[in-house]
Ligand binder design. Sequence first.
Ligand SMILES: Cc1cc2nc3c(=O)[nH]c(=O)nc-3n(C[C@H](O)[C@H](O)[C@H](O)COP(=O)(O)OP(=O)(O)OC[C@H]3O[C@@H](n4cnc5c(N)ncnc54)[C@H](O)[C@@H]3O)c2cc1C
Length: 428
Amino acid sequence: MSTQIVTPSRTVDRIGDPVVLFPGTDRYQAARADNTPDHYPAAIVVARTADDIRAGVRAAAELERPLAVRATGHGSVVAADGAVLISTAAMKKIIIDPVRRVARLQPGLRWAEVIAAAEPYGLSPTSGDFPGVGVAGFTTGGGVGWLARRYGYAADNLISATMVLPDGRTVTASADEHPDLFWAVRGGSGNFGLITELEIRLVPVSRVLAGSMVWPIDRAAAVLRWFADHAEEVPDEVTLAPVLRREQSGPVLSVGFVAVGDPERAVVTLNAMRWAGRTGIAGVDGVRSEGRLIPYGRITIPGTRPLGFEMYHELSDQLIDVSVGAIVDGTANALQFHHWGGATARPEADHGPVGHRQIPFSIKIDAEPGVLDHLAWSATGAKFLNFLSDTSQTARAYRVADYYRLRELKRRYDPANVLRVNHNIPPA
Ligand SMILES: Cc1cc2nc3c(=O)[nH]c(=O)nc-3n(C[C@H](O)[C@H](O)[C@H](O)COP(=O)(O)OP(=O)(O)OC[C@H]3O[C@@H](n4cnc5c(N)ncnc54)[C@H](O)[C@@H]3O)c2cc1C
């Protein structure tokens, strides 16, 4: 990451807007320390209103600088050095309409805040495994979580996005207004405009059955083979997340599960998996299991650091053996398997460009580089944008036709590629 200090070519007086903060001022230093202590933006806007965001867009145009935007920084893949950085972290208004099951969200919100606001109405957003990430980056990057197999990606549940375009216009993109932009923003990340408000669908989920089953490592391959062969039959209401990981007692396979709706349906699946991992002909001893009906917001199944992420058409015996071997010999810390499918593979017509809906399996990989290479060998090469930090691979998050459509739309809405401090989609 560059540590060069950038001096803007114009001063605050020339810009004439007090919300635009420049290096050399206390307010800039404070804003930089709060937002991006490792980056050196040419100017920072701590936005509290959509007008502040518009001021930032004007400043970038006047200074001829790129624009960067951040809410939490969890998806910051490119340093904002030399850019006009707009922080939306203070924009946290939520309006819940429980009758329409819709929420209007300002872009500085984190999912935890939306979950808490929706819970009293028996509703939830289609948020991710970690409620600390921001709603805007998560949703525009696709957004997958425990409810995705039943209700689709977060991007599939976006109703409209109001945004300031690089040319300064404010537009609302929805199925009826600017449908091309609406298509692009449902997976195309922050490439098309600065979101000032999202309108999302909430789903009727309040309590879930959540827990985990943990097997000794010598049963891991049998359980993973069951997962590989039967994931397709698992009801959409049930999401299984098998993780090979190292505990203090040694390596184990831990299968996290979350089920919505009738818990009995989940129990049938869990029993089948439990039987697949039985340790003796007559029993299922050796497995530790725990599951409870809890509010959606209380799920605490830990995620896995995606140092690498690969997608697969199938989980072959060889792939399973390599994975178990890497945990046993300690070259991998954690390998988290995921079966996508369900509603993510059955999108509505003209869904957004969230890629690779027909590839059923993935592995999040926290391991040494040699293991990353080994697991990449039989993978498809496809990526999921929200689990990708290497910006040289951004195009791999999309199907080829979608990527070219995104590039055409980028040319229409951001021909100078002002919004490039991100997983950039260059204009065609
Ligand atoms: C611990 C952890 C767990 C995660 N778990 C999941 C998960 O379960 N599922 C999943 O799908 N992802 C997950 N992610 C990935 C996460 O969704 C992305 O990193 C996402 O970009 C974070 O969004 P943010 O707004 O918090 O990040 P930020 O760094 O603030 O923003 C990231 C990018 O989002 C875009 N963006 C943000 N705000 C705006 C705006 N107002 N207008 C336009 N564009 C904007 C910009 O391109 C920006 O560069 C996880 C990440 C972490 C760190």
